[in-house]
Design a protein. Sequence first.
Length: 95
Amino acid sequence: MEYVTGATIKRLREKQNLTQKELADRIMVSDKTVSKWETQRGLPDLCVIEDLAKALGVSLSELLTGDLKINENISANMKKMHFYIRGNYQIFKAK
């Protein structure tokens, strides 16, 4: 498995419409640190990787590989659910 690259971080940050400062504030590092990551002058420490993935809106594996997945699982779509209320319980089932 590869480690996260600066290009991946920058691409994901820009996709979220975040500045380096905004991303840095979300994961409690400096904007200079984010800049170093994006310019390949440093790598994120393992202790911030999970927070970085959350801030960028991707899974940990997507961040590490740069291979973004699109959820195409339509069976879990809430629009296809029926909700029934019975007594004090709410029961639901898929269409």
